[in-house]
Design a protein around this ligand. Structure first.
Ligand SMILES: NC(=O)c1ccc[n+]([C@@H]2O[C@H](COP(=O)([O-])OP(=O)(O)OC[C@H]3O[C@@H](n4cnc5c(N)ncnc54)[C@H](OP(=O)(O)O)[C@@H]3O)[C@@H](O)[C@H]2O)c1
Length: 261
């Protein structure tokens, strides 16, 4: 498999190239950064992996949609807007497009656990999302934190836009029932920590993921790249990638747990 990397000179791009070469059977076709023309990404390659910035991702998507390219896209860039989402939708009509703000398999597992907790625990449980990242991160809250918010809101049949609280400063109103609060830390070289709390009057439960190396995201992106080249046209998320593995495993484990009690 030949992979092209957008954002090749960046922290993530470098790790994607390293992971691709370590994986075996994968070569790096094109390494593209801000000094290159985005059209070179599409030359003689099987798949594109993008960890760059929203501007570069938009250029890639515009080029793909206006030229009808047939190369699957794996997009890890965060801070994307509705313009990007619409462009991804458009491209996905002719090519498989994968987007996830977090390529870690464990984060995907955490996301499914949060869905179950969102279903199990009603709005008597206040949900708070806390995330920490390194001082260089440019978007906030992280795409992963927002993804978790969407998951819990969706499990409660709510729209995140209606229940999210991203800003608390000064005199604030009382917490609204069903609100999902977000808090952000930017400091040092923290790779990425996400903690979601369900806090009731007498008990609470917290689910936390800590990344200690960005390599997990690069390795995840390469696994997704191997998978996406065999998928039909469409827009895919980490849930699509993990569901074949996660659902049977979780079903079997929960059955085993309850049967053994
Ligand atoms: N999905 C995930 O699992 C995951 C995990 C970690 C990070 N991320 C996200 O991945 C992205 C990259 O993170 P990073 O830490 O690698 O950032 P980084 O070190 O700042 O690298 C950014 C890369 O984008 C390139 N770039 C910037 N502007 C460009 C343009 N106009 N055209 C083409 N390339 C351009 C840069 O090229 P130059 O060197 O030429 O400027 C560089 O190669 C961020 O959005 C981050 O939040 C996602």
């Amino acid at each position: 498999m030949k992979v092209s990397v957008l954002g090749a000179t960046g922290a993530m791009g470098g790790l994607v190239i390293k992971s691709a070469l370590q994986e075996g059977g994968i070569s790096v076709a094109n390494k593209i950064s801000s000094s290159d023309d985005v059209c070179n990404l599409f030359v003689d390659t099987d798949v594109i992996v993008d960890f760059s910035c929203p501007f570069a991702t938009e250029s890639m998507l515009r080029y793909a949609s206006s030229n009808g390219t047939q190369i699957p896209l794996v997009i890890g860039t965060t801070g994307l807007s509705k313009i990007h989402k619409d462009l991804m939708e458009k491209c996905s009509q002719t090519v498989p497009v994968f987007h996830s703000p977090n390529m870690s398999f464990l984060v995907a597992i955490m996301n499914s656990v949060l869905y179950m907790l969102g279903k199990l625990l009603d709005e008597d449980f206040d949900v708070e999302v806390l995330e920490s990242h390194h001082r260089l991160k440019k978007d906030a809250p992280s795409g992963t934190a927002i993804m978790f918010g969407h998951t819990v809101a969706g499990a409660r049949n709510r729209n995140l836009d209606d229940v999210a609280n991203f800003i608390r400063y000064g005199i604030i109103e009382q917490r609204k029932r069903g609100e999902i609060g977000f808090a952000v830390q930017r400091c040092g070289s923290v790779v990425g920590t996400h903690e979601v709390s369900f806090v009731g009057s007498c008990e609470n439960i917290k689910v936390k993921h800590e990344a200690s190396s960005k390599e997990i995201f690069a390795r995840g992106a390469i696994q997704v790249a191997k998978w996406i080249i065999n998928q039909c046209n469409g827009l895919y998320s980490m849930n699509d990638f993990t569901k074949d593995v996660t659902i049977p495993v979780l079903n079997a484990l929960s059955r085993e747990f309850f049967e053994k009690q």
